[in-house]
Write a protein that binds this ligand. Sequence first.
Ligand SMILES: [Cu+2]
Length: 470
Amino acid sequence: MTSRRDFFRYAGVTGGAVAISAVSRVAMAALPEPVIQTRPDTMPPLVPDSGTPYNPVVTLNGWTLPWRMNQGVKEFHLVAEPVVREMAPGFKAHLWGYNGQSPGPTIEVVEGDRVRVFVTNKLPEHTSIHWHGQRLPSGMDGVSGLTQPSIQPGKTFVYEFVARRPGTFMYHPHADEMTQMAMGMMGFWVTHPKARHPLIDEVQRDFCFLLNAYDIDPGSYTPKTMTMTDFNLWSWNSRIFPGIDTLNVRLNDKVRIRIGNLTMTNHPIHVHGHEFTVTGTDGGPTPKASRWPEVTADIAVGQMRQIDFVADEEGDWAFHCHKSHHTMNAMGHNVPMLIGVDHSGVARKINKLIPEYMVMGERGMADMTEMEMPIPDNTAPMMTGEGPFGSVEMGGMFSVLKVRRDQKPGDYKDPGWFKHPEGTVAHEYTGPLAEPARFKAEGGQSMPRVQSPAKVTEVQVRKPASHSGH
Ligand SMILES: [Cu+2]
């Protein structure tokens, strides 16, 4: 029933769409064969070959699940199972997911479609799937214990409902949720409008991804599922920078990015060089009168946001979560604060015992990338990523929006680094420098102090402290 086959062996032949037309009547009565994908690459959009046509989305470092049409019903087959996810080159995590990956494949349907999803449980414990945000019969809502018995290991359940409203949705277990979501069980769902919609513009590029987070100790493979807020890997679709693919678009393309948040905290997602509007939320498209230009959209826990903009500035534009701890990888956590501390004397003494001991962080954390220090097996450097001008010193929730004049329509390939026009790159100034004027008054310019302290004191103490909260 679940023989694994390489999706792209045949997807490549049919140009992205998967044809399952030549299926016998007997086979149609059985389960659709699950399609498995184990590569972490961003797959080309899955152009629909049956049903109402639509402009497909591109899932960042992910893929869309093919379906088969069975007497007018779109049938999908999800398999909940343990997976190995490459979170960044050289770093593999042992997660739980669907159909070979975490997150699971994106499901794309059209408003009004009748959808049947078979869910096979190959996990060691029971599960269920909740279709986050959908209008559906209560008994299809996927809350184990409340609306259905849970799906026991080895069993297959079937969900069936009409995709009633267009929009951006997610799916995730509603059974042992803390464990199963911390292990990576989640996926994206897009319902396209069935006709031109007054509040949903047509776009040239439609990207989607989930925000997720893991706590995996350096050198280990499995997330700590009891962690509540102090995660050390902040990921997009279970990938961390520099493992997250870039978003490559053509100059003047209308671009849509759909983002869903299944972490335990909010993420202010920020785009450089462009203003966008939030054109959709978890409740559907926003009224036009409610839209205003912005460069950062905060996405709270359990929310989805759809942002639209015209990519009318050529270049390489950073695109990231604005919480700086979320653009940093596992090695940066639990590092003592040593800025301004001269510990070279101590280091010399330790070097006599441990020759490889390094002094870290006395000028700031940038040393951590400069040194290219050895790290434990199976983790990612704290701040990394080599750009055309040096280290980008990033990790986690970071990628690049690449806007290019010569990017072909429908081409999602990475065009390489931007070639900046002559004279448009910040550079070192080598001319004469004036002495900076200083304010004479102590205590700030606005309210000078009446009395100065008798002697200058400077705090020299570093208190040991435990790490808490992000
Ligand atoms: Cu964040």
